[in-house]
Write a protein that binds this ligand. Structure first.
Ligand code: GLP
Length: 240
C-alpha cells in the first residue's frame, strides 16, 4: 500500500485527478469506478478542468459508481445520480450508455438490480481503477462495519453514524435508511484502488483502516489485503 500525504486538499484533489487522467490516457477504454461525497469534489473539478484545457477524450471510458440511496428519484437533489451529473457527467463527454450507477429509485426489484450491476461490471471486464472515500466509521461505499469482505452488490441498512453524517447534507430532508452498494468483494476485485481522505474527522478511521487489524468491523481495512492500493491523504487527516 502506498500512502501519499499531500500538504492540502487542493493537492490531494490534483494528485487523485492526475492518477485518473494518466490512466485514461494510457487506456482510453478504461473502466473507472467512481465515488460520491464531499471528498472527491475537488478531484472532479480538476478532471473537468483538464478535460476542457487539454481536450481529454472520455468517450470510450466506462464508469461504475459505488452506490446510491434507496428511495430517491434520479432527479432528487441528494441522489447520487444528481451528484454525478452535476459534478462530472454534464461537464465531460462520457457516453451516456457507458455510465453505470446502481438504481435506487422506488419500485425497483433490488435483487435483480444488484445482479444486473454485478453482471455489467463483469461484462465490462472488471474495474481497472476504483476511487473510494472512507466514512468516519471506516465504511467504504455503503459497506458498513460488519459487511462481509466477500459481499457483492446489494441493498444495505445505513449505520446510525452514516445517517447522522448525511443529515448535514440533507438539511431538513429525510435521509434514506437504505442504500444499494457495491460489496466489499466487488470493490476488492478492482485492479487498482485509490482511497482519498481529508479532514481531522477522518483521522481515526484512516488509522484503523491502514494500521489496525484487518477486520470486517472496519470495512476499509480490507484494503490492506489488496496488492495495488494508493492512499492519498492531506495533512489535516494525518495523525502524528
Ligand atoms: C458516503 C458515501 C461514501 C463516502 C462517504 C464519505 O457514505 N457512500 O462513498 O466515502 O460518504 O463522504 P465524505 O467524503 O463526504 O466524507
Amino acid at each position: 500500500m502506498r500512502v501519499l500525504v499531500t500538504p492540502d486538499y487542493r493537492t490531494l484533489s490534483r494528485t487523485a485527478a492526475e492518477l485518473v487522467i494518466k490512466a485514461v490516457r494510457a487506456k482510453p477504454d478504461l473502466t473507472l469506478g467512481l465515488p460520491t461525497g464531499s471528498t472527491p469534489l475537488g478531484m472532479y473539478e480538476e478532471i473537468v478542468r483538464e478535460y476542457r484545457d487539454e481536450h481529454l477524450d472520455f468517450s470510450n471510458m466506462r464508469t461504475f459508481n459505488l452506490d446510491e440511496y434507496v428511495g430517491l428519484l434520479h432527479d432528487a437533489p441528494k441522489s447520487y445520480h444528481s451528484y454525478m451529473r452535476r459534478h462530472f457527467f454534464q461537464h465531460v463527454n462520457v457516453s451516456p450508455g457507458n455510465i453505470n450507477i446502481p438504481e435506487g429509485k422506488p419500485g425497483v426489484d433490488f435483487d435483480a438490480e444488484a445482479e444486473r450491476y454485478e453482471k455489467a461490471i463483469r461484462e465490462a471486464g472488471g474495474i481497472d481503477l476504483l476511487i473510494v472515500g472512507i466514512g468516519t466509521n471506516g465504511h467504504i461505499a455503503f459497506n458498513e462495519p460488519g459487511a462481509p469482505f466477500d459481499s457483492r452488490t446489494r441493498v444495505v441498512d445505513l449505520a446510525p453514524e452514516t445517517i447522522l453524517n448525511a443529515q448535514r447534507h440533507f438539511g431538513n430532508e429525510h435521509v434514506p435508511r437504505k442504500a444499494i452498494t457495491m460489496g466489499m468483494g466487488t470493490i476488492r476485485e478492482a485492479r487498482r484502488i485509490v482511497l482519498l481522505a481529508s479532514g481531522a474527522h477522518k483521522a481515526n478511521a484512516v488509522e484503523r483502516a491502514l494500521r489496525g487489524p484487518v477486520s470486517e468491523s472496519v470495512p476499509a481495512s480490507a484494503l490492506q489485503l489488496h496488492p495495488r492500493v494508493i492512499v492519498i491523504l492531506d495533512e489535516t487527516v494525518k495523525k502524528n
